[in-house]
Design a protein around this ligand. Structure first.
Ligand code: AMP
Length: 146
């Protein structure tokens, strides 16, 4: 069996991300693959929609700025070029599938859970990515608190 050519790593930028990043890095080094990273920012309007008549654009901009800084500090030590960093707005599962196809990824790497799935065996995003993916998906077992 041949190895993977292009890995797409999904990060929620939580403390647990480090474990998923470490596994993706090990796979990149073992296979000599290209590595791309994606973080999806969920618009506040998805959660609060029309319920709160408020302009979220300032807060959203600040979230974007912080995520961008966080992505840079994660990607720079791994020597991931800017062209392989994807900071996008939308629903995580949808955008991960979309970027995976756009870049021709043959493996998506996510954590078994992150921010949303602490109490579950497999969190909601990991589950959503697995269903509907057109390539292999690796769910890295994430241990809480490490
Ligand atoms: P969850 O199912 O939401 O607990 O998250 C499981 C895994 O999905 C995380 O460890 C990440 O690898 C990935 N993930 C979750 N949220 C995002 C996001 N906003 N952007 C990119 N990847 C994410």
């Amino acid at each position: 069996m041949s190895g993977y050519r292009h890995l797409l790593l999904g990060v929620d930028l939580s403390a647990e991300s480090a474990q998923v990043v470490a596994r993706a890095k090990a796979m990149r080094d073992a296979f000599g693959s290209e590595l791309s990273v994606i973080h999806v920012i969920e618009p506040l309007s998805f959660a609060y929609g029309g319920d709160i008549p408020m302009d979220f654009s300032g807060i959203q901009e600040e979230i974007h700025k912080q995520a961008s800084t966080h992505m840079a500090s994660l990607c720079e030590p791994l020597a991931i070029p800017e062209s392989n960093r994807h900071l996008v707005v939308g629903r995580p599962e949808t955008e991960i599938h979309h970027i995976a196809e756009e870049i021709g990824a043959d493996l998506i790497v996510v954590g078994s859970h992150g921010r949303h799935g602490l109490a579950l065996l497999m969190g909601s995003t990991a589950n959503g990515v697995l269903h509907g993916a057109r390539c292999d998906v690796l769910a890295v077992r994430v241990r809480n608190g490490s």
